[in-house]
Design a protein around this ligand. Structure first.
Ligand code: GA4
Length: 335
């Protein structure tokens, strides 16, 4: 278990919520599990995206070596003295962030590192934070990002196949485009433990509720729980941690491409009283000029488009002008 330093962050009253406010269910076994070795996984996958916008993937094919190297990188990075972490620059939007999330006043009980996923950006950030061995950091992140992008593309192709969409790469093509590497994001998060929570009736928000603007987000964490997802009926469900699996979120862009058939899931992270949570997320985005709009082949006869189309550049601009909890898709609803 990774236990990283606590004193970097001070409690902020603003991100405490009373435990009773959220109806958090402990029935965690309702989260769909997609086994990529199961011949019926395509069908399960479509249903999971429609019902939850969220699922767990097992037998994912990402090697233990790739996962353990990125774990090592994250543990090493977050154990550095604050001044060294700050050499990656304030998260503006990429770099090292501490408590502040985004440009509009959101805060959380975490520190993090954000990078674009193209090899040039990964190399640059590696040099700024790892003076002794930038190559180890750089290779580990590149390998990890390539592996999870491949996994995301396989899942997106499976969805297209199951839904009878032509061409088969109608979804994955957004991420396979080399220009999407500059827009896709790699995020490492560290949620320190907060011992005072043990005797408190409060939850401490590590990362406030939101939906992801991108197509697909691929997440894994150490064995500390904290992630919660919001079901269709508004109930929050705690997601059990599983360091051997990946969790996938449907993002806003995939909701739009499917004209709302898939759900962009709202999710959040609450802090743990005793253990550090370390997670890493790949957010697969379209390229800047790519157009995101409901796919004509998914519209039934007479079905109206629920969303206006937009370029990723337009959506990204709207996202960075919003607060974390805002519903950004509302801005693009069709009249
Ligand atoms: C949410 C999903 C990703 O973590 C992220 C976040 C980004 C950031 O942390 O800089 C944003 C948030 C996320 C959406 C609205 C804006 C931008 C913080 C924020 C308030 C990296 C992303 O792409 O969008």
């Amino acid at each position: 278990m990774v236990v990283l330093s606590i004193p970097v962050l001070d409690p902020l009253p603003i991100i405490k919520t009373h435990k009773a406010i959220s109806k958090t269910s402990s029935y965690t076994d309702i989260i769909p599990v997609i086994d990529l070795l199961d011949p019926r996984c395509g069908n399960h996958l479509v249903r999971a995206c429609e019902e939850f916008g969220f699922f767990k993937v097992v037998n994912h094919g990402v090697s233990f070596d790739i996962i353990s190297r990125i774990e090592g990188v994250a543990a090493k990075f977050f154990s550095l003295p604050l001044s060294d972490k700050e050499r990656a620059g304030p998260a503006n939007p990429y770099g090292y962030g501490n408590r502040r999330i985004g440009p509009n006043g959101d805060v959380g009980w975490l520190e993090y590192l954000l990078s674009q996923t193209d090899p040039g950006s990964i190399s640059q950030i590696s040099k700024s934070i790892s003076r002794d061995n930038p190559n180890f950091f750089c290779v580990a992140v590149n390998d990890y990002v390539s592996a999870v992008r491949k996994l995301a593309c396989e899942l997106l192709d499976l969805l297209a196949k199951e839904m009878g969409i032509e061409p088969r790469n109608a979804f994955s093509g957004f991420l396979r485009d080399e220009k999407s590497e500059k827009e896709s994001v790699f995020r490492m998060n560290h949620y320190p433990p907060c011992p005072e929570l043990q005797s408190s009736s409060y939850n401490l928000i590590g990362f406030g509720e939101h939906s992801d603007p991108q197509i697909f987000s691929v997440l894994r964490s150490n064995s500390t729980s904290g992630l919660q997802i919001c079901l269709k009926d508004g109930i929050w469900v705690a997601v059990p941690s599983d360091p051997h699996s990946f969790y996938i979120n449907v993002g806003d862009s995939l909701e739009v491409l499917t004209n709302g058939k898939f759900r962009s899931v709202r999710h959040r992270v609450v802090a743990n009283s005793q253990k550090s949570r370390v997670s890493m997320v790949y957010f697969g985005s379209p390229s800047l000029s790519a157009r995101v709009a409901p796919l004509a082949c998914l519209l039934k006869e007479g079905e109206k488009r629920k969303y206006k189309g937009f370029t990723w550049s337009e959506y990204k601009k709207a996202a960075y002008a919003s607060r974390l909890a805002d519903n950004r898709l509302d801005l693009f609803k069709a009249d």
